[in-house]
Design a protein. Structure first.
Length: 526
């Protein structure tokens, strides 16, 4: 087939090699046809040259001109290692890291602009941050560091999960001669210096969970505290048992199991959260403890009365078993509620109750009062649907004085005093941590509640704050970012992100844990 080509001197007809030529054709005729064809092409190209539009911008150019640069983000979290046991809190640093990466991508950050580093100790974390600052160098693109300083939580704190706030001090206690304390303070000071350098270089800093004395970031994410966890459980217990309707004549029986490793400050913080809610009921006699550890004379300094030593399930089991001892071999001491602080303690409490012969589930008590109803009531959305709680047994001679004022607080004031009737009803048991090992107990109602931090919601909020800081926006002006207020840090009011804890019971376990993807139905035994 003939193909028209260009030879550099004009437009000439040419044939591809191997093309067929029709024999007998007049040569001049072929030349005329070729000449006319070439002329027509010249006219066509000339017309196109006069009317050709400007070249369309490339896709890359179009996107770069219409999309603002979200900048870069570096995530520095502790390395919590690999946990195979199901008897651990659901919320771990590794899972927050994954949630953050997804949230940052959804917020518009490119994968190449998101760096994640997990460190086993504070020294490694400090080195990683210094390396990042050095690599950032003269890069004019905006950048934000998201950091949860590596802390050294004790065995008790670990029972609540990785996100419980801890403060790192940069100055060792003058009275302390422990070289580890001195070293840790020095390492914290080095990390503070590195983060200060980052801000000096124009890098924003969002601090998550843990804080450093003397350092103020651009934003702080307060995820949970022991006091808040304790206060929340006390509130749930109070509402579920309708303590507002209890009286000294018909009190509710409650035991508080506060695990301790000897850290008085942590124990006091936890008890303060509990006592803010339950204290008035104990003082009025509307709440009593079968063990006698808390009385009408108790106050917020009575925390040591309800602590127990030990960091395992068996310690909690032994503690509750001892408190619910009965003088009668076949009698069950009435118990309406057990505030167990976390799921590890709750599992010990459940084991003790089963061995002692208590029967039923928490679902038998005020079934119309649910976690969702309590939360809505606290938020002011609706009133609680209240059902009647089974009347607890009167406890003559317990912490309350008898009618004649002769009670001695021992539980029995005279030989002829009536003994309480056998009451094997299963109590309300609260916990925290959403341990996989406890979820089946939540489903069947033996453990009424557990809880955890709203990990995915925090990740979304942190990603939104990162984008806003990189864009030069003030966080309080970001429409969809909910700030809880500010936290004073090193004399500066720092914008703070804090979300309420997610409380979970059998009634909302699917919507709270399964639907968002925290766990599978199989994890809950469903």
């Amino acid at each position: 087939m003939p193909i028209v080509g260009f030879d550099g001197h004009g437009i000439l007809p040419s044939l591809t090699e191997g093309s067929d030529v029709v024999r007998g054709r007049n040569d001049w005729g072929a030349k005329i046809i070729a000449l006319l064809t070439g002329t027509m092409m010249v006219w066509s190209l000339s017309a196109c040259g006069q009317q050709a539009p400007e070249p369309a911008p490339s896709t890359t150019q179009s996107l770069s001109s219409s999309t603002a640069d979200t900048g870069q983000v570096a995530v520095f979290l502790p390395n919590d290692g690999i946990t195979l046991s199901q008897s651990t809190p659901l919320n771990k640093w590794t899972k927050l890291n994954s949630a953050l990466e997804h949230a940052l991508t959804d917020e518009g950050f490119a994968d190449k602009d998101v760096t994640s580093v997990k460190s086993k100790n504070i020294e490694d974390q400090t080195k990683s941050i210094n390396d990042y600052i050095e690599r950032h160098g003269d890069d004019a693109r905006p950048s934000t560091i998201i950091i949860a300083p590596v802390a050294q939580p004790d065995d008790i704190t670990r029972q609540y999960g990785d996100y419980v706030s801890q403060s790192l001090t940069t100055k060792a206690d003058a009275a302390s001669s422990d070289p580890d304390d001195i070293d840790q303070a020095g390492h914290a000071a080095n990390l503070s210096a590195a983060l200060t350098k980052a801000k000096d270089e124009g890098i924003h800093v969002i601090m998550v969970a843990n804080t450093i004395d003397g350092y103020a970031p651009d934003a702080y994410v307060s995820m949970s505290s022991i006091r808040e966890i304790a206060h929340t459980q006390a509130t749930l217990l109070s509402d579920k048992l309708e303590l507002s309707k209890a009286t000294a004549d018909n009190p509710r029986s409650i035991e508080i199991l506060l695990p301790s490793n000897g850290d008085d400050t942590a124990d006091q913080e936890a008890f303060t959260g509990i006592w803010e809610v339950l204290g008035p009921y104990f003082k009025s006699g509307a709440a009593i403890s079968p063990s006698g550890f808390l009385t009408t004379e108790s106050d917020d300094n009575s925390w040591s009365r309800v602590t127990f030593s030990g960091t395992d399930k068996d310690s909690a089991k032994s503690a509750l078993t001892e408190r619910l001892k009965s003088d009668s071999e076949n009698a069950h001491v009435p118990i309406d509620g057990v505030l167990a602080m976390n799921d590890l303690v709750a599992s010990g409490a459940l084991s003790a109750l089963a061995d002692l012969g208590y029967e039923g589930t928490s679902a038998d008590i005020n079934p119309k009062i649910t976690i969702g109803g309590i939360v809505d009531n606290i938020a002011g959305n609706k009133d609680l649907k209240k059902g009647k709680v089974p009347e607890p047994q009167k406890m003559p001679g317990s912490q309350q004085s008898g009618d004649d004022g002769s009670g001695d607080g021992s539980g029995v004031s005279s030989d002829d005093q009536q003994q309480p009737a056998d009451d094997p009803a299963w109590p309300i048991v609260t916990g925290y941590g959403a341990y996989l090992s406890n979820l089946s107990s939540v489903v069947n109602g033996q453990q009424w509640s557990t809880g955890l931090e709203r990990r995915d919601d925090y990740a979304q909020a942190i990603a939104m704050a990162s984008a806003a800081l990189n864009a030069g926006e003030t966080l309080s002006d970001v429409k969809d970012l909910s700030l809880s207020g500010s936290t004073e840090m090193n004399g500066v009011d720092v914008a703070t992100i804090h979300l309420s804890l997610q409380n979970v019971s059998a009634g909302n376990l699917k919507s709270a844990l399964i639907d968002p993807g925290y766990i599978s139905a199989a994890d809950a035994g469903l």
